[in-house]
Design a protein around this ligand. Structure first.
Ligand code: PSU
Ligand code: MN
Length: 308
């Protein structure tokens, strides 16, 4: 049924048919998460890193209402430069497809389209979560409910502390979403390796993480898994410094009345301004590291699936 809306690049199609490792990549990070031209350069470099680590990259976005799995260079440029690219989460998907518009996919909608195509592993920067003040705004990212329902593993650098991280962990627990960290027992907070929140499930070995994911699905427990991969030490920001910058950006968002889906892009741009671009460098490096780990995970998951 949905196949007529999907457009999967031939090399990705071939890899999936042969049970080879494929890694999905999102496009909101390109259109709404980073400025041009760093956004397009980062997207291309991510694809390269996935290839170098033994998997096929599949950047996902919506062009003229088509659900694209794999974007051409021209399509990546369009995503990075055009100002008519909607930020599309689950709610927005039918509208953008029906109206034949262009859309950048969030974690939630990238998971939906990856799942339609049969892709099991997805690399991004940070996932959305429970926003600070959610007890009055109700602002809880649709990424979390997608993780509850859609069986795709998401490799991320944890979640930014623009969010309420303890509540985000509570929400994931309620929704039955495993979160496992790699090479640390602490939830990474995107720009930093620390958050002060310990995770009960973690491993130094990517095959253990692949086994957890494979076992979850073998038990018929539908839904995603969050793989929390900390930013490399060399690129991590100082905890107190970045916490302060985040506070400032949150205050400005409140003062300007920024709400809903505009919140995350606004805060990202504001933090970049306050840090004079340093947060963007860190953001780019952590995305590269996630692409690398996701490729290794996709390879390990293919092996786990075919061995039992
Ligand atoms: N975190 C980032 N960069 C991003 C996003 C999150 O560091 O670009 C994007 C992702 O696409 C994520 C979305 O799915 O923001 C969450 O938006 P919201 O909070 O409106 O659900
Ligand atoms: Mn929101």
């Amino acid at each position: 049924m949905f196949e007529k809306y999907l457009d999967i690049k031939p090399d990705i199609q071939a890899a999936l048919a042969a049970n080879k490792a494929v890694v999905a990549l999102e496009s909101t990070i390109i259109s709404h998460g980073m400025p041009y031209p760093q956004n397009v350069a980062t997207a291309k470099q991510c694809e390269q890193i996935v290839r170098e680590n033994g998997a096929i990259p599949a950047t996902i976005g919506i062009i003229n209402g088509k659900l694209k799995v794999g974007l051409s260079d021209e399509e990546l440029e369009l995503m990075g430069q055009a100002n008519n690219i909607m930020k599309v989460s689950r709610r927005d998907l039918p509208w953008v497809v029906a109206q034949k518009l262009h859309g950048a996919t969030t974690v939630a909608s990238t998971m939906i389209i990856a799942n339609m195509a049969g892709i099991k592993v997805f690399a991004t920067g940070g996932i959305g979560g429970v926003h600070r003040g959610a007890e009055t705004t109700f602002d809880i990212s649709a990424d979390l409910t997608e993780l509850a329902n859609t069986s795709v593993a998401v490799v991320c650098a944890g979640a930014k502390s623009i969010l309420d991280l303890p509540l985000t962990l509570e929400y994931l627990e309620t929704q039955g979403v495993p979160i496992i960290s790699y090479q640390t027992n602490e939830l990474p907070a995107f720009y930093t390796r620390q958050s002060g929140l310990m995770l009960p499930q973690w491993s130094n070995d990517i095959t253990n993480i692949a086994d957890l994911i494979h076992t979850k699905w073998a038990l018929n427990l539908k839904g995603g898994v969050v793989v929390a991969n900390p930013v490399p030490e060399a690129y991590a920001m100082d905890f107190d410094y970045i916490s302060n910058c985040i506070e400032q950006s949150l205050q400005k968002a409140t003062a300007l009345g920024i709400k809903g889906k505009d919140t995350t892009p606004f805060l990202l741009a504001e933090i970049k301004k306050i840090t004079a671009g340093k947060s963007l460098d860190t953001n780019i490096q952590l995305v590269f590291n996630n692409a690398k780990v996701a490729a290794a995970l996709a390879v390990a998951l293919c092996a786990a699936i075919s061995s039992r």
